[in-house]
Design a protein around this ligand. Structure first.
Ligand SMILES: NC(=O)c1ccc[n+]([C@@H]2O[C@H](COP(=O)([O-])OP(=O)(O)OC[C@H]3O[C@@H](n4cnc5c(N)ncnc54)[C@H](OP(=O)(O)O)[C@@H]3O)[C@@H](O)[C@H]2O)c1
Length: 265
């Protein structure tokens, strides 16, 4: 076996069955959600991107529209924890075939005894409530064959000290995934989650204190060197897993780990 330091080409397969389908991406203005929008555009889907910051959202809509042959690309400013705002997103989207939730950032980091009750409660409740709110709003508008794809992280499997609140939030998302998969199956809707490892996105760059640009790229390349595959994953590799879950009509109640082998070592 030949070992190598050189990166292998990253190319994500596009599920053709998503052409013409409508996908709502909550958290679609950055990182994994934005990459999913670009892949869905290449697959010919109709895409609705949602996020809170209007400027970032407009830039994302333009980028996704330029990325491929999307049937249509819309942007809707909304906070996923606001049920009324979510209703407006889904009203705007019309019939929705697939929903991807990548909105959110881990919160409530630090030793549990050093955090206030409100901080811990918000950190756990926020993501859990977002799943409940999305599931309720989406289900009313999705025809049989639709899917909801949620997001967690490998810390749920391999917790680190000081991460109790985010780990609890991720655990709630995964538990809700399995509960909703069973609850929605009679309507022929599928619910899955992807448990992500470390992917080079604005979120991870913030965590590592690096910016965009060549200097940031070099810092991320060095930091990613400790990963089993010698690098962090790309946002596109993370997003590609979401498209697979959307397109595979027998994936249901699954927590799919995509981490380049990180949780094995
Ligand atoms: N990247 C990783 O290594 C990694 C690892 C494990 C898990 N994850 C999880 O994967 C998801 C996506 O991560 P990412 O790296 O793509 O993050 P990102 O680059 O920070 O993107 C997050 C997106 O979510 C939106 N968002 C955040 N809070 C929101 C809210 N309350 N309502 C609506 N939109 C909201 C953001 O836009 P606005 O801020 O404008 O709203 C942005 O579009 C996150 O849940 C993250 O915790 C990521």
């Amino acid at each position: 076996m030949t070992t190598t330091e050189a990166p292998v080409p990253v190319r994500s397969p596009l599920p053709e069955s998503l052409a013409g389908r409508t996908a709502v991406i909550l958290g679609g203005s950055s990182g994994i959600g934005l990459a999913a929008g670009e892949l869905l555009a290449s697959a010919g889907a109709r895409i609705v991107l949602a996020g809170r910051d209007r400027t970032r959202l407009d830039a994302a809509v333009a980028r996704v529209a330029a990325a491929g042959t999307a049937a249509e690309v819309l942007g809707a400013a909304a906070d996923v924890t606001d049920e009324n705002a979510l209703e407006e997103v889904f009203e705007r989207a019309g019939t929705v075939d697939h929903v991807l939730v990548t909105a959110g950032r881990p919160a409530g980091m630090g030793p549990l005894t050093g955090l206030t009750r409100d901080v811990v409660r918000d950190a756990v409740e926020g993501p859990a409530w977002a799943v409940v709110a999305v599931a309720r709003a989406a289900a009313r508008r999705m025809p049989p064959g639709g899917s909801i794809t949620l997001t967690s992280g490998i810390l749920v499997r391999r917790p680190r000290p000081g991460m109790s609140a985010p780990v609890a939030a991720g655990g709630a998302v995964e538990t809700l995934t399995r509960a909703l998969a069973v609850e929605y199956a009679p309507a022929r809707l599928r619910v899955n989650a992807i448990r992500f490892g470390a992917f080079d996105t604005p979120l991870l760059r913030t965590a590592y204190g690096t910016a965009s640009g060549a200097e940031g790229d070099a810092a991320m390349a060095e930091a990613g060197g400790s990963m089993p595959l010698g690098r962090f994953g790309t946002a596109e590799e993370a997003a590609s897993a979401a498209l697979f879950v959307m397109a595979n009509t027998y994936m249901n109640g699954e927590i799919l780990t995509v981490d380049g082998g990180q949780s094995l070592v």
